[in-house]
Design a protein around this ligand. Structure first.
Ligand SMILES: Cc1cc2nc3c(=O)[nH]c(=O)nc-3n(C[C@H](O)[C@H](O)[C@H](O)COP(=O)(O)OP(=O)(O)OC[C@H]3O[C@@H](n4cnc5c(N)ncnc54)[C@H](O)[C@@H]3O)c2cc1C
Length: 389
């Protein structure tokens, strides 16, 4: 390491932009393959969506590509406590989709028959009596049935992030916090450096894992058009109470979701119409009142519970609500992307990072990765994902 006047100068085999789950996992798997790695983070480790999410995972998606990817990704996620040495507090409580219209129920039944059952992850379709029986605290007015996915569950994002962070440091990865990437040097069509205002790194590979900022960043630094847009999402948590919500509940009509943590806090949100753009972190009274109203409507016994904390984060949305990983030949040699997870990135990123590293180091495109290459935005071969929560 060298430098003057506070400028750090380094050389590395690869640079990762962003220290969220995608960037840290990528850095760790690159280092495990023997590469020297520098991670640039414009704020602090985990400051993006990776510590602002609901901490839930599922294998049930609306198309084959995402479901197959999710099955492998969840297997990976659930194995992380052993791999990272940090307890990720994984818990399979299942997902419960509440259904209020016959055509929605039919769509889920079709997904189950044509997609989930053949892939070995069947859901159970519950009658309204079964819902009342198994989840007696739910106000079932207007509900005609439900879909229960027993394979789905919860984790604690902080411990997974800390696991990757500490393991990456153990392997010699350099993580530069408060170091915003401002320039990518390209010579003869190939990456030669990445720099911020306080660090300059000579490198041949750069992986953009900058979450909701990825689209804007790749455009401004390299002129690359990648359709990844930020949409702010709000979420909140209550005081802890005796655990009784024994699953993660999603109202398919209002896009309201609610669950309870192991500590007893009730966590959830109602998704109001999202607005694209970097709206400031923070919460609106409109959202808070809608969340409170929906919470008490669905679980009346929660009336009077005290809200402890509310916050927001960005979904990194693509036009088909599916992630993007890899590179295009038209990009400068050495530029890669791993982003655009569209609201389900924490559960996907560890596995996606492992596949991306195989691609960067060995040049191998895994069959499960192929549909998510960026060229689908040119060919129009989109993977339209409808089951976004
Ligand atoms: C309210 C909410 C609920 C969610 N619930 C779930 C859920 O239950 N399950 C699930 O799997 N996913 C969920 N998600 C989505 C999930 O959190 C994200 O998809 C995932 O965290 C994305 O990880 P990332 O590493 O790609 O991005 P981020 O965690 O956002 O990390 C990107 C990092 O890049 C940094 N960065 C940006 N620009 C630069 C630059 N120029 N230089 C250096 N660094 C830069 C940022 O500061 C940031 O730290 C939710 C998201 C939200 C907002």
């Amino acid at each position: 390491m060298s430098g003057g006047r506070g400028l750090v100068t380094l050389s590395a085999d690869a640079v990762v932009v962003g220290a969220g789950i995608a960037g840290l996992a990528t850095a760790y798997y690159l280092a495990r393959r023997g590469l020297s790695v520098v991670v640039f983070e414009k704020d602090y480790v985990g400051s993006g969506s990776s510590t602002r999410n609901a901490g839930r995972y599922r294998v049930h998606f609306g198309n084959r590509e995402n479901t197959e990817f999710a099955i492998r990704a969840i297997r990976k996620l659930e194995s992380l406590s052993g791999e990272l040495g940090w307890n990720g507090i994984f818990e399979r409580q299942g997902y419960l989709w509440l259904i209020r219209r016959k055509e929605v129920l039919r769509r889920f039944e079709e997904l189950n028959e044509k997609l989930w059952k053949p892939l070995g992850v069947p859901v159970r379709i519950l009658t309204i009596d079964e819902v009342r029986d198994r989840f007696p605290y739910i106000n079932t007015r207007g509900i005609i049935g439900a879909v229960f996915g027993p394979q789905d569950g919860a984790f604690h994002h902080d411990y997974v992030i800390m696991g990757y962070y500490t393991k990456a440091l153990d392997l010699g990865v350099t993580v530069l916090e408060y170091s915003e990437v401002r320039n990518v040097g390209v010579e003869s069509g190939r990456v030669v450096s990445v720099s911020s205002s306080n660090a300059f790194v000579r490198t041949r590979d750069v992986i953009f894992a900058a979450g909701a900022w990825t689209g804007e960043l790749m455009k401004s630094l390299l002129g690359i058009d990648l359709p990844i847009k930020p949409v702010r999402r709000e979420i909140g948590i209550t005081e802890p109470i005796k655990p009784f919500i024994n699953t993660y509940i999603i109202d398919t009509e209002t896009n309201f979701y609610i669950g309870q943590t192991m500590r007893g806090e009730v966590l959830g949100s109602v998704e109001l119409e999202g607005v694209e753009g970097f709206l400031p972190y923070g919460n609106t009274l409109n959202w808070l009142t809608a969340w409170a109203r929906e919470t008490v409507r669905l679980i009346p016994s929660l009336r009077g519970i005290r809200v402890m904390r509310v916050w927001s984060g960005y979904y990194e949305m693509t036009p088909d609500s599916s992630h993007v990983m890899g590179r295009l030949d038209s990009w400068p040699e050495g530029v890669y992307v791993l982003s655009g997870f569209s609201g389900h990135g924490f559960m996907f990123a560890p596995y996606a990072a492992e596949l991306l590293v195989k691609y960067v180091v060995d040049g191998v495109v895994d069959p499960l990765m192929r549909p998510f290459l960026p060229h689908r935005f040119i060919t129009g071969n989109l993977i339209k994902e409808m089951l976004v929560i």
